[in-house]
Design a protein around this ligand. Structure first.
Ligand SMILES: Cc1cc2nc3c(=O)[nH]c(=O)nc-3n(C[C@H](O)[C@H](O)[C@H](O)COP(=O)(O)OP(=O)(O)OC[C@H]3O[C@@H](n4cnc5c(N)ncnc54)[C@H](O)[C@@H]3O)c2cc1C
Length: 363
């Protein structure tokens, strides 16, 4: 009897999802401790806090990676990584790492990875972290999931990295099954920062950079700090007041600014206000703006679209002011005032002004 023809090979099946034997030696969770001009970006401590959960779930060590010049700030960063629960710190100290440049930082990181073989490597999704993560992932030919909102360990011990997709309307979970390390970046304030334990310390593994200045194309001629003192510090503000399209006219932004001033708060907005040029982009809160985690968030005339929600729902307390009782923001706000923001904002400003000046006099 004639045999039926063999089925053609399925397209796109060639890629294996099985971890190759030589990558099975990769162990431990690493966090890049972002050090610039002697100061560590706080996202590093947020990532170490999150990394601790992943390391515990895997039963492995949590390690920090500190790259910088031999200096007091670098020593401090190493010590603090232990306070935020690292078991070990890999440090490369070299004058060539004094200012961030992609080439020496990528070399330092990829050499460390190739030698010490971590299974997970996390970086902050800052300007520096994004630049470094992309270069390291391409050099190591591994997977990188950017701007993760959730990290977990799945049943087969892979990193399940969740991030928004399709314009934030869906969440997708991405795995790097056939390469190591599994890399991810996380934006500042997306993960909570744990309390430091100043009594903790650990092992420091020092490696050398093995590079000379002539091998580096990029030269830093000068460092000029940003002179704009009005820059928004939304991500780490304790109180944030924000306005949305419910403010109706650009001049009504002043109502938000007034309340923020009385409360000693930062102010921000939803995306349409930036698109209309009513506020600068550094004040936008949400998926394509800043993620905030204040103790109090007051949102006035903001509908609470998913893209705004993902950047603000980490606030301890959310007070929404909206004229529509069915606005989606009331689904996640802790307190709500249904009414006209143009009347309620000045009333709140006045009430807080009086209350706080009484408290100040009493204090
Ligand atoms: C890829 C992508 C990324 C995005 N990223 C972001 C982002 O990072 N941040 C962000 O905010 N948005 C983002 N958006 C836009 C988002 O989908 C919404 O369109 C936006 O958040 C809506 O802004 P809003 O709530 O100010 O305006 P609207 O949706 O127009 O809502 C205005 C609200 O004000 C209320 N209101 C009207 N008048 C008054 C009044 N007098 N007093 C009180 N309340 C009043 C209304 O009831 C309504 O709820 C993104 C969209 C896409 C597609």
């Amino acid at each position: 009897m004639a045999q039926p023809p063999a089925a053609p090979p399925a397209k796109g099946r060639a890629k294996t999802t099985e971890l190759p034997e030589h990558l099975k030696a990769y162990k431990n969770v690493w966090v890049f401790v972002e050090l610039e001009h002697g100061r560590v970006h706080p996202v590093s401590w947020e990532l170490l806090t999150e990394g601790r959960k992943l390391a515990d779930a895997l039963g492995v060590d949590l390690c920090g990676v500190v790259l910088g010049p031999k200096a007091e700030g670098t020593d401090q960063a190493i010590a603090e990584a232990f306070h935020y629960s690292a078991n070990r710190v890999y440090a490369v100290e070299d004058p060539l790492l004094a200012e961030y440049r992609n080439e020496p930082y990528t070399k330092a990181m990829t050499d460390l990875v190739n030698k010490h073989k971590p299974e997970i490597l996390m970086l902050g999704a800052t300007t520096l972290g994004r630049d470094l993560a992309g270069a390291v992932a391409t050099t190591l030919q591994t997977g990188l999931t950017a701007d993760c909102t959730e990290l977990a360990i799945d049943a087969d011990k892979s990193l399940a990295a969740t991030r928004p997709t399709f314009g934030g309307s869906l969440l997708c979970t991405i795995m790097t099954r056939a390469a190591r390390p599994q890399m991810s970046t996380v934006r500042p304030r997306v993960m909570a920062m744990g309390d430091p334990d100043r009594s903790r310390s650990g092992e420091v593994v020092r490696e050398s950079l093995g590079m000379v200045e002539d091998e580096i194309v990029t030269k830093v001629l000068d460092f000029i700090p940003d002179s704009d003192t009005n820059q928004a510090q939304l991500a780490y503000a304790d109180i944030v007041v924000a306005g949305g399209m419910g403010l109706q006219r650009p001049e009504n932004i002043q109502l938000v600014i007034d309340l923020a001033q009385v409360l000693g708060a930062e102010y921000g907005c939803s995306r349409p206000l930036v698109q209309k040029g009513w506020m600068t982009a550094d004040r936008q809160i949400g998926q394509t703006g800043k993620t905030i985690r204040p103790r109090l968030y007051i949102a006035a005339g903001i509908s609470g679209a998913i893209q705004h929600r993902v950047g603000s729902e980490g606030a301890d307390q959310i007070l929404a002011i909206n004229s529509d009782p069915n606005a989606p923001i009331f689904d996640f706000a802790h307190h709500g005032i249904i009414g006209d923001a143009l009347e309620i904002l000045p009333a709140l400003t006045e009430a807080f002004r009086k209350r706080l000046s009484v408290d100040r006099l009493a204090g």
